[in-house]
Design a protein around this ligand. Structure first.
Ligand code: SAM
Length: 246
């Protein structure tokens, strides 16, 4: 099922039988920005994979009650699970990676700490990234809120790929192969994990550690891409190979 319809976020605890209740900024958006009124049809998603078609019933300043007319599972979700492990980058460029990767269908983003990573992330930044992911989920018509994990080191991350059929680490050096992703995944819900490095690149030891854990170093062509571009390009290639972008 395809979806090109902006959604509202409903917290799962605010769904009661045939009634769902929007709260906080969702109410503001519904009544002040979109100027919806009683009787209007809207869509809400709970971030856990359920999408609701609903009719606005009652609006107050703090809540909007809507009557559910239809429920769908996994609206807008890819069949496969793709995790992007992206080294943290400066300013709002990491926000940008999150927004775009949620739009194209990435399931989980792990901010990565490497030897050459200089950016640090506290809870304020991580919460902001989670809000970016929520906004992107609503805007692009997905029903699962992608996870923005706590930052991890490369050592903590490389062991996560054990159940993935595809394990890639972007590395623009001579030993890297051009990306080759299996044409027809042998399983119905393929899993992939992609690692992208910081501005200073990976060290040889880091590439060796990833390779020892089953990651293939892959080239994204002869041009050096900025880290955020590399994250988008690599995940786009995997999702495209899975037929999720056509
Ligand atoms: N000076 C660094 C180096 O030579 O590795 C450049 C780092 S690049 C700006 C940031 C990250 O994007 C890299 O660590 C790599 O993961 C990815 N990347 C950028 N261009 C790439 C390419 N052509 N092939 C593979 N990975 C690339």
């Amino acid at each position: 099922m395809r979806s090109h319809f902006e959604s509202y976020y409903v917290h799962p605890k605010n769904v009661h039988g045939e009634l769902l209740v929007l709260t906080d900024e969702e109410v503001h958006h519904l009544s002040r920005v979109k100027r919806h009124q009683k009787g209007d049809r809207i869509r809400a998603v709970d971030g856990l994979g359920t999408a609701y078609e609903a009719e606005v019933d009652r609006i107050s300043k703090s809540r909007a009650e809507c009557r559910i007319t239809e429920t769908r599972r996994l609206l807008g979700e890819p069949a496969g699970e793709l995790t992007l492990v992206q080294a943290m980058i400066k300013g709002d460029r990491f926000d940008w990676v999150i927004e775009k990767c949620v739009e194209i269908g990435v399931k989980r983003i792990i901010p990565l700490i490497t030897e050459n990573t200089i950016v640090k992330a506290g809870s304020g930044k991580i919460n902001r990234w989670r809000r970016v992911a929520l906004g992107a989920m609503k805007q692009c018509g997905r029903s699962v809120l992608p996870e923005i994990a706590e930052p991890r080191t490369l050592k903590q991350t490389v062991t996560l790929g054990a159940d993935c059929q595809v394990r890639l680490i972007a590395h623009g050096s001579e030993g890297s192969r051009t990306v080759r992703i299996p044409e027809e995944p042998a399983v119905r819900s393929p899993k992939a994990i992609c690692i992208v490095g910081p501005e200073g690149g990976f060290t040889d030891d880091e590439i060796r550690m990833a390779a020892d854990n089953g990651f293939t170093p892959v080239s994204l062509g002869p041009r050096r891409l900025r880290a955020e571009t590399a994250g988008i390009v690599l995940t786009t290639m995997v999702l495209s190979q899975w037929g999720e972008l056509c």
